[in-house]
Design a protein around this ligand. Sequence first.
Ligand SMILES: [Ca+2]
Ligand SMILES: [Ca+2]
Length: 122
Amino acid sequence: MSILSKVVLATTSIVTGIVTLTAVTQPASAAIDTLYNGADRATFNDATGTFTVCDNENDGHRVYVYAKKLDGSETSKMYDPDSYGGGCGGGTIGRGRWNTWHFCEDIPAWPDDCASSGLTYE
Ligand SMILES: [Ca+2]
Ligand SMILES: [Ca+2]
């Protein structure tokens, strides 16, 4: 075997090792939790702690998400900043003793219309 062949073989096994390691470190249990409010939509990614919030209804009602901990404390509201159209909004939370998250449509002069789901991100 030539020296060049040995170098190529060694490089190949290093690359293979990196690929395998990357595959193993991918979160196996990553899940996306989705809440709907009509056509409006929000997600939570439990691999990254990231919320997205998308206003898909051209009705003048903004949408936002927030999360609540077991001790009752809440995050601030994370809005879709440009409301209907454009992109989505969102934010990221740290790991902790979370309890629920809420996806709400802002209804002026009425209680906001919210959908809720359990939240585990420890
Ligand atoms: Ca809307
Ligand atoms: Ca938007």
